[in-house]
Ligand binder design. Structure first.
Ligand SMILES: [Zn+2]
Length: 441
C-alpha cells in the first residue's frame, strides 16, 4: 500500500511540476517521505548501471542509453541531470508499474558523486562506472579526497566496478579487488612528458603520500603514473583507446573498432570509451557500440556551433568551480591552431545555489590562451574583473584582454567587428546569457 501511495504521490506531483515548470527532484523527495525505503521495495531490472564521477556523467549516460536502445533494449534513466536521490527516485517511480515493477531491461543511473551513497543504500548497482575525480564545486564538495570517501560508501562487493585507470584517485577504488574492469587511453601523440596545469593533484601517491612519477600525461593529472615508494601504479587496461587521431577525428578501441568523433576532445574520447566498455560488459556487440557512438552528437547541449555577426563559433560548455573542465576547453581552442578569439563568461557561479567564491579561477590553466593564434580573450560577466586579475598572473599578454561586465555589450562588439572563429566557454548557469545573442546552427 505504501509503495502504491509513494508512486501515486510522485506521479501527481510530476504532472503538477510539468504544468508549473518545476524540476524533477521534488516529486521523488515527497515519495521518499511517504515511503523512505521505496527504492528497496521496487522490483528492478536485472542490469543496473550507475555512472558517477566529477565530469562526463551526463554525456556517458546519454550515449549508453543510445547504444542500448539501438540494440533493442529498453532502458530507464535520468535524462536530464537530476542525479541526487530525489531525482533518481522520481525517475524510477515514473518508470515502474503501479505495483512497483520496473519492466525495462536496464536501469541506468547518473548519480551525483556525493549522493550516490544515499541512493545505493537501498539497492546496489550491478555495474558501476567511475569516470574521474577532479576539483569540483569546492563550496559544496570540498576536496576530491573527500568526494572519494563519499563515493567509497556506495561501492559494494557485489558490484562490478569499471574504473578509469588513468586517474590515480579513481583507480584507488580498485585497491584489493579482483573483479575490476579497467579502461584508459594508450600513449598517443597528444600526450605530454611535462605536466601542464595550475596545480598537480597527482603529484603525490594517494595511497602512501610519496611522490609519483609520470611517464606521460594525457591531461592534468591523468596519464601513466607510478608511485616511487609503494608500487601503486596505473593498472593495465581491459578496454583501451589504442589509436587517437584528432586531425582525422577518429579513434580505435582495442585495436579493432574504429569510431569517428563528432567532437574532437579528450573528454569525448573517455566518455565513448566508458560507453564501449560497459556495453560490452552487458553483452552488446562491440561493433554495435562503435557504430552508435561514431559521429554521435550529444543532445545535452555541451557542444554547440553558432554564428555571431561574421564570426563562426563553437560553444564549449564548461563547469564553473571545475578547473579541469576549463582547462580542457581552452586546450581544445588552442589545439585547433586557427585564428580565433575566446570568450569566457563568469556571471553566476552556480545555477543551484548562491556563491561568489572565485578561488577556482586560480586553479584554471589560462596559459593555453597565450598562443599567438588566439587573437583576443573576452572576459565577461559579473566576475569579469576577477577573471582579469587572474589572467594578469598568467602568460596571456594583457593587450589581448577585453573586459566586459555586460555580456550583451561584448556580443554587440563581436557582432560588429571581426570574422575569426570564436570559442565561447562558460557554465550551464550562464550559457543562455551568451547563446541568446547568437544564431545557433
Ligand atoms: Zn605510494
Amino acid at each position: 500500500m505504501r509503495t502504491f501511495l509513494a508512486i501515486l504521490v510522485c506521479r501527481i506531483l510530476t504532472v503538477i511540476g510539468k504544468l508549473v515548470g518545476k524540476g524533477t527532484s521534488l516529486p521523488g523527495g515527497y515519495a521518499l517521505k511517504v515511503c523512505p525505503d521505496i527504492l528497496r521495495r521496487l522490483k528492478k531490472p536485472p542490469v543496473i548501471i550507475a555512472v558517477t564521477g566529477s565530469n562526463g556523467k551526463t554525456s556517458t549516460v546519454e550515449m549508453i542509453a543510445a547504444v542500448l536502445r539501438a540494440n533493442g533494449k529498453t532502458v530507464a534513466y535520468n535524462v536530464e541531470g537530476s542525479n541526487q536521490i530525489e531525482g533518481v527516485t522520481t525517475m524510477m517511480l515514473n518508470s515502474c508499474t503501479w505495483g512497483g515493477k520496473m519492466k525495462q531491461d536496464v536501469l541506468l543511473i547518473e548519480s551525483d558523486e556525493r549522493y550516490t551513497k544515499f541512493t545505493f543504500k537501498w539497492f546496489h548497482p550491478t555495474h558501476y562506472v567511475i569516470t574521474n575525480l577532479y576539483r569540483d564545486q569546492l563550496t559544496r564538495n570540498a576536496h576530491p579526497d573527500w568526494v572519494f570517501d563519499a563515493i567509497k560508501e556506495s561501492v559494494f562487493e557485489d558490484t562490478k566496478l569499471l574504473l578509469n585507470a588513468d586517474d590515480p584517485t579513481v583507480s584507488l577504488f580498485g585497491q584489493g579487488r579482483q573483479d575490476v574492469v579497467w579502461f584508459g587511453l594508450d600513449h598517443n601523440a597528444y600526450d605530454s612528458k611535462e605536466f601542464s596545469g595550475a596545480y598537480h593533484d597527482g603529484a603525490f601517491c594517494p595511497l602512501c603520500g610519496k611522490p609519483m612519477e609520470y611517464e606521460y600525461y594525457h591531461f592534468n593529472h591523468v596519464g601513466q603514473y607510478a608511485c616511487t615508494a609503494c608500487g601503486f601504479k596505473r593498472n593495465p587496461t581491459d578496454y583501451s583507446v589504442t589509436e587517437v587521431d584528432l586531425d582525422q577525428s577518429r579513434i580505435v578501441i582495442n585495436g579493432k573498432d574504429e569510431i569517428r568523433l563528432a567532437f574532437k576532445s579528450i573528454y569525448n574520447i573517455y566518455n565513448i570509451l566508458a560507453t564501449y566498455a560497459i556495453c560490452d560488459q552487458i553483452g552488446i556487440p562491440t561493433e554495435k557500440a562503435a557504430q552508435v557512438t561514431s559521429n554521435y552528437i550529444l543532445k545535452n547541449g555541451r557542444y554547440i556551433e553558432f554564428t555571431l555577426g561574421q564570426h563562426p563559433g563553437t560553444f564549449l560548455i564548461s563547469k564553473h568551480e571545475n578547473s579541469v573542465s576549463y582547462d580542457m576547453s581552452f586546450r581544445y581552442a588552442a589545439m585547433q591552431k586557427e585564428h580565433c578569439s575566446v570568450v569566457v563568461i563568469v556571471d553566476a557561479v552556480s545555477r543551484k545555489y548562491f556563491t561568489s567564491e572565485t578561488s577556482w579561477l586560480w586553479d584554471i590553466h589560462f596559459d593555453w590562451l597565450k598562443e599567438n593564434h588566439v587573437k583576443q580573450v573576452y572576459l565577461c560577466g559579473k566576475y569579469c574583473n576577477d577573471l582579469a586579475l587572474r589572467l594578469s598572473f598568467s602568460q596571456v599578454p594583457t593587450d589581448k584582454l577585453r573586459v566586459f561586465e555586460d555580456i550583451d555589450a561584448a556580443c554587440e562588439e563581436l557582432r560588429a567587428h571581426g570574422s575569426e572563429h570564436l570559442y565561447a566557454v562558460t557554465c550551464f548557469s550562464d550559457r543562455m546569457k551568451f547563446l541568446s545573442n547568437v544564431t545557433v546552427k
